[in-house]
Design a protein around this ligand. Structure first.
Ligand code: IVH
Length: 605
């Protein structure tokens, strides 16, 4: 067993190394969640063995070491970090302690977004911006004044009646929209994209050349004041509350959050946090939680701070949307249109409330562009309801055992040699369109989906059963299926076991699901023309184009006999779709599907 002091040393060393990558090199080596866990373990260890805690333990000091690239500037008042709460229970405990210490039953709190950026302190003397300094170790930070001056929301001169001297603290961030735009531009130039807005903001602010910072549309939100000297002017009484601080800052021309709100007690915090989490992606910047502050500034001063964080404020962290995990493998899948796409097989990991074990990688170029290797530790992101994606590899965590991945030359489902449809295409396709099992199963599932013919029982399971039993060789016979066909597929026949329950049925009898499938399919013959068009899986023809074609031409025959020029003339169709429609019907077996469906009673008008 490791001795407590050995574990302590190991944790401190590990945290130090991560802090160095994060604060000095702007290249995080672990996710925030993992980092928080390390810090939590260290805190618990020191709680049990208080003798281990040193003055410079990561649990007592603030944030990162500053680099030597920029001049060091001492903060007049310390820049603190925040303690974290991960549950409402944590907040309840914090609130109980606060009310005890403040000797008050009810406390008025101010809630605001915890912006995911980097802290900056602005010193204004006689209303003029003199210094902009990063947090550094909380006592001394880096002078980034020239860069900060390029941020348009930071005023060079204050308005109203500001104090003689004030340190304004706030968060610098890159708006999500700007981050996306920046990355699109980088990718277009063939350069690797940035991992997230926060590190991009940090990297942008710590540029040696302010011209580069000026090209990045950074912004800032102020959320605290440090040192204050009023000189001969009269003291601004609004500063007695946190809310008043924001009113004053705003009057002096500084940007404050429009999202802050004064609430009562823990239930007020809960309501606020629930609401904000729902809207978390509607905000201009990324947030990773809620900051809760005591509104009464006199009480704030009485309660004071520990060595690293104030006692009167706490950060309630939302579940992480970005985590690190192991990339076990990269496999490929063939879809409805024959497109073969790689996807990541991941060590299952919980992210934004659900467990993720795979994520699409779109195409081979994307894998190359992201520089992902099998065995890598990768950053996985799932923002809200968005499907999970692999953001980037954690290059610093490589061991040398990672393997390059190569796109296979053959279809994963039928083994046919893959090809590009056009030379310039990014995607590889399986040319065995008609009978490749993977493509056919996907096409059938798609026919059953809500966007196409909406056949409830025709999901992936049924599609697989129909293809694997050999009942369907392509989709042409879908509408002429009979109960005799279904008798040969296991999925649709009753197990002999059901007789045990007293249901007098022979093995081989059809299940209720089978009857439902036949009924549903019969019913689907009367769907509107646009749905039938969508169900044909013509490339580029989704519901919108199908609706346009159907309402213009009114019958399948009219669409089939139209020329590219006639099709392209229709509002909402265009050249690409028109060419794709003509090419589709030029393939004999595809044209034959329309005939078989018509013969089986599918409405073509
Ligand atoms: S208050 C003494 N308010 O979170 C008050 N901090 O994890 C200290 N942060 O260092 C900070 N949004 O960089 C405060 N609304 C907010 C914040 C916020 C983001 C950052 C800040 C701080 C870090 C602590």
């Amino acid at each position: 067993m490791t001795e407590p002091h050995e574990r302590w040393r190991a944790l401190v060393d590990e945290i130090d190394a991560h802090q160095f990558s994060y604060y000095v090199r702007d290249e995080p080596t672990i996710s925030d969640a993992e980092y928080d866990n390390l810090l939590k373990e260290l805190g618990a260890l020191e709680e049990r063995y208080p003798a281990l805690r040193t003055a410079d333990s990561p649990t007592v000091r603030v944030g990162g070491t500053y680099s030597t690239d920029f001049a060091a500037v001492a903060h007049r008042e310390r820049m603190l970090s925040l303690d974290n709460a991960f549950s409402f229970e944590d907040i309840t405990q914090w609130y109980a302690r606060l009310s005890r210490e403040a000797n008050a039953e009810y406390l008025t709190l101010l809630c605001e977004p915890k912006i995911d950026g980097l802290a900056l302190s602005l010193t204004y003397i006689e209303g003029k911006l003199r210094h902009a300094v990063t947090r550094g170790d909380g006592r001394t930070g880096e002078d980034v004044t020239l860069n900060a001056r390029t941020i348009t929301t930071i005023p060079h001169t204050l308005t109203g009646e500001p104090p003689n001297l004030v340190e304004v603290r706030g968060e610098v961030y890159l708006p999500v929209e700007e981050f996306t735009r920046l990355n699109e531009a980088l990718v277009a130039e063939g350069k690797p994209p940035y991992a997230n807005p926060r590190n991009t903001a940090a990297g942008s602010l710590r540029q040696k050349n302010p011209r580069i910072t000026a090209q990045r549309p950074l912004a800032m939100t102020a959320y605290a004041v440090g040192a204050l000297e009023w000189g001969s002017g009269s003291v601004d009484l609004r500063l007695e509350t946190q809310q008043g601080v924001y009113e004053a800052l705003s009057e002096w021309g500084l940007p404050t959050s429009s999202e802050s709100s004064v609430v009562e007690g823990v239930s007020g915090v809960q309501d606020y946090a629930r609401q904000l989490e729902k809207r978390r992606h509607a905000l201009v910047h990324e947030i990773d939680g809620v900051v809760i502050k005591l509104n009464d500034r006199r009480l704030q001063k009485e309660l004071g701070a520990t060595s690293r964080a104030p006692r009167w404020a706490i950060a309630f962290k939302f579940p992480p949307e970005e985590v690190n995990t192991q990339l076990r493998d990269i496999r490929v899948d063939v879809g409805r249109t024959g497109r073969v796409t790689p996807y990541a097989v991941l060590e299952p990991v919980k992210v934004a409330g659900s467990t993720v074990s795979s994520a699409t990688l779109h195409n081979a170029e994307e894998v190359a562009r992201k520089g992902i290797k099998i065995g890598d530790t990768v950053v996985v992101r799932k923002a809200g309801d968005v499907i999970p994606e692999v953001v980037a590899p954690v290059v610093a965590a490589r061991t040398g055992h990672e393997r390059e991945w190569k796109m296979p030359a053959e279809c994963p489902s039928c083994g046919t040699l893959l090809a590009r449809q056009k030379d310039a295409d990014v995607d590889l396709r399986c040319p065995n369109v008609r009978s490749c099992r993977g493509q056919l199963v996907d096409r059938l599932t798609f026919i059953g989906s809500r966007n196409a013919l909406d056949i409830e029982v025709l999901g992936e399971k049924s599609a697989l059963a129909l293809v694997d039993s050999g009942v369907l060789e392509d989709e042409s016979r879908l509408f002429s299926l009979t109960d005799v066909d279904l008798r040969t597929t296991e999925l649709f026949t009753l197990e002999a076991a059901s007789t045990r329950e007293g249901i007098a049925r022979e093995a081989g009898d059809l299940t209720a699901n089978a009857h439902k499938l036949l009924d549903n399919v019969r019913e689907a013959r009367n769907r509107p023309l646009w749905r039938v068009l969508v169900a044909l899986s013509i490339r580029h023809v989704g519901p919108t184009a199908a609706r346009a074609l159907a309402s213009h031409f009114r019958s399948m025959d009219a669409i089939r006999s139209a020329s590219v020029a006639e099709l392209a003339e229709v509002e909402g169709v265009g050249q690409t779709i028109a060419e794709s429609v003509v090419a589709h019907f030029a393939v004999p077996w595809k044209a034959a599907i329309v005939e078989s469906w018509r013969d089986a009673g599918v409405s073509m008008e």
